[in-house]
Write a protein that binds this ligand. Sequence first.
Ligand code: URA
Length: 233
Amino acid sequence: MRTDALLSRFGYCSRKDAPAWIKAGRVVQDGSAITAARQNADPARTLVDGAPVPFPNGLYAAFHKPLGCTCSHKEEGALIYDLLPPEWLRRNPPVNSVGRLDKETSGLLLLTDDGAFEHAMTSPRRHVPKVYELTTSAPIPEDAVVLFAAGTLLLNGETTPCKPAELIITAPCAARLTLHEGRYHQVRRMLAAAGAPVLTLQRVQIGPLRLADLNLQPGEWCAFNPAIFSQQA
Ligand code: URA
């Protein structure tokens, strides 16, 4: 890509300001300073101010979302983006969450600046399984297992039933639920429909990525290889 496009893509400066950065010798590829904005540069071989371009092939991060923050870029109050490196938001396109978790849901959230990956992962055709652990304020009725598995549960205000989902009741007021789609407040609405309102909710797994294996405290993130998801398209 052109060097001015690279500087803008990775959030260093605007394309308009790029010639001044280049003229000052701040952009180096394979040991030689780039001299013109139109010169092609490979992000993986480029140093800016002596440092490698972070995530030159796209940013893919698994984040342990804490309770009490929202996945929005704009809302009032605590945002997940306040907990992430500020330079991630200067990338162009910026880093976004792949889908969302509610403010009062914790757990595994994927972050990326790759729009095609985000789109593929949230596409209804993709069926990437997502696993939630939850507790409820009332005992979960045994027949919720069959109800959720049947693929016939119609949530309030919706015209298509939820896809079959696997519910494993682990204690009278606790369960693991695996979903193959993502609707607004889906876990809370499904459990409410079964007569057991959710008290606490955590997403513990997305496809092959398990929060327990990643060793992340709330608010921490780590990079992942997006290829692990293409193997299970
Ligand atoms: N279902 C919910 O109800 N909330 C979430 O955050 C995710 C799934």
